[in-house]
Design a protein around this ligand. Structure first.
Ligand code: F1P
Length: 341
C-alpha cells in the first residue's frame, strides 16, 4: 500500500494522451451529451469527469454506476458519447454495459488502466491512464490519474468546440504543478496518521462535499468502508438539512471538503450546523477552518483540480484509520480486484 500511495508522485500523468480517442473533430462537434459509466472508485472519478466536461466543454454530461445502467433499459442515443471507466478493465458490470451499448450501435470510449484488458478491447477508442499496477485491491492512484485523464478529455472537447483556450493554458499549468503539490501532501502523513488514530474508534462517519467536493466525499467514504470497515455515509453538503442532520451528534464525526472556492461561505454554514449539534469535524481545506476540530490543509491549485488534491489526504486517512484498527489493508475482506460476476 505504501508503494501504491507513493506511486502517485510519479510524473506518470504526462503519459496520458489523447491519440487513441478515435474521435475526429467533426464527430467531436456532433456530441450532444456525454454519459460516463463505471463502478466504485471509477464511478466517482467519472462523476468528476462529467463535471469537468460540463464546465470546460459545455456539453451536458453525467455519470451513472454501470451496474445500474445495464439493468434499466436506458435510451441509447447516437449523439451521446459513452465513456466506460475501469481500473482493471475487466469489471463485468462495466463490460456488460459496453457490450450492450455496442450492440445498439453507440460509440463507446474506455478510460482504463490495464492495457489490453477486456473493456479496452471492446471500446471504440479511449485513454489509458497509466497509473501503474494497483498493488492492493483498493483503487487509489488510479482515481487520481482518471481525473487527470478526464481533465485532458474535457479540454480537448472544449478546444474542438472553440471553447476553453484560456482554460487550457491555465489547467495544463495546474496539472504540471500537481506532482510537487502531491509530494507536499504526502509530507503531512504523520499529521494525518495522528488524526486517523483519533477517529479509528468511530462506529460511523459522515462525509460531505459540495459540487466538486461531493464525489470526493463519496470516494473518501468508500475508501474508509473498504479497508477499515467503519460505516460511512457521504452526502452533498446541502442535502444535510434534508434529513441527515438528525444523525449529527458527538459520536458521529464529519469529514467536510471545504475548498477556497465560490462555495466557501455555504460550506462554512454547513460546518456551523454540525457544530451547533456538537458534531466533531475534520475539514480538508486550503486554510484552517475555525469551526473544525482538525483541518488538513492542502495546497491551492486551479479549482477544477481540487478533487485530486483533496482526495489524496482522505485516501491516507482511510489507510491510517485501517492500520490503527489492525485491518489487512492489502487484502480487505469481501473485495475482489476485479468484480467478475
Ligand atoms: C471497480 C471497483 C473498484 C474497487 C474494487 C472493486 O473496479 O469498484 O473501484 O476499489 O476494486 O471494483 P474497476 O472497474 O475500476 O477495476
Amino acid at each position: 500500500v505504501d508503494r501504491v500511495l507513493r506511486g502517485r508522485i510519479d510524473d506518470r500523468f504526462s503519459t496520458v494522451h489523447l491519440g487513441g480517442l478515435n474521435l475526429d473533430a467533426r464527430e467531436a462537434r456532433g456530441i450532444r451529451r456525454v454519459k460516463i459509466l463505471g463502478c466504485g472508485t471509477s464511478y466517482h472519478a467519472g462523476m468528476i469527469g462529467a463535471q469537468l466536461i460540463e464546465e470546460l466543454a459545455r456539453i451536458p454530461a453525467d455519470a451513472e454506476p454501470a451496474s445500474e445502467f445495464r439493468y434499466r433499459n436506458p435510451v441509447v442515443d447516437p449523439d451521446t458519447l459513452y465513456v466506460a471507466v475501469s481500473q482493471s478493465g475487466e469489471t463485468y458490470d462495466v463490460l456488460a454495459a459496453v457490450q450492450e451499448l455496442k450492440r445498439k450501435g453507440a460509440r463507446v470510449l474506455g478510460v482504463v488502466n490495464v492495457v489490453g484488458s477486456a473493456i479496452a478491447r471492446e471500446a471504440d477508442g479511449g485513454m489509458y491512464v497509466h497509473a501503474g499496477p494497483e498493488v492492493c485491491v483498493v483503487s487509489t492512484k488510479c482515481f487520481t490519474n482518471t481525473v487527470v485523464a478526464f481533465a485532458l478529455l474535457a479540454l480537448h472537447l472544449g478546444r474542438i468546440r472553440d471553447l476553453s483556450v484560456s482554460d487550457g493554458k491555465r489547467l495544463i499549468e495546474g496539472l504540471r504543478k500537481l506532482p510537487a503539490q502531491i509530494a507536499e501532501i504526502l509530507k503531512t502523513e504523520d499529521e494525518i496518521k495522528k488524526i486517523a488514530e483519533e477517529y479509528a474508534g468511530a462506529q460511523s462517519m459522515m462525509f460531505i462535499g459540495r459540487v466538486r467536493g461531493y464525489p470526493v466525499a463519496l470516494e473518501a467514504s468508500l475508501k474508509l468502508k473498504e479497508i477499515s470497515y467503519i460505516h460511512a455515509e457521504a452526502y452533498p453538503a446541502s442535502e444535510l438539512k434534508h434529513g441527515p442532520l438528525a444523525l449529527i451528534e458527538p459520536a458521529l464525526p464529519t469529514v467536510a471538503i471545504v475548498p477556497d472556492d465560490e462555495l466557501l461561505e455555504k460550506n462554512r454554514a454547513a460546518l456551523e450546523e454540525i457544530k451547533a449539534r456538537s458534531g466533531r469535524i475534520l475539514a480538508v481545506a486550503h486554510r484552517e477552518q475555525e469551526k473544525a476540530d482538525h483541518t488538513i490543509v492542502v495546497p491551492k491549485n486551479e479549482t477544477e483540480l481540487d478533487p485530486i488534491l483533496m482526495g489524496i489526504p482522505l485516501q491516507l486517512l482511510a489507510y491510517h484509520t485501517a492500520l490503527a484498527m489492525g485491518r489487512d489493508i492489502d487484502k480487505p475482506r469481501n473485495l475482489a480486484k476485479s468484480v467478475t460476476v
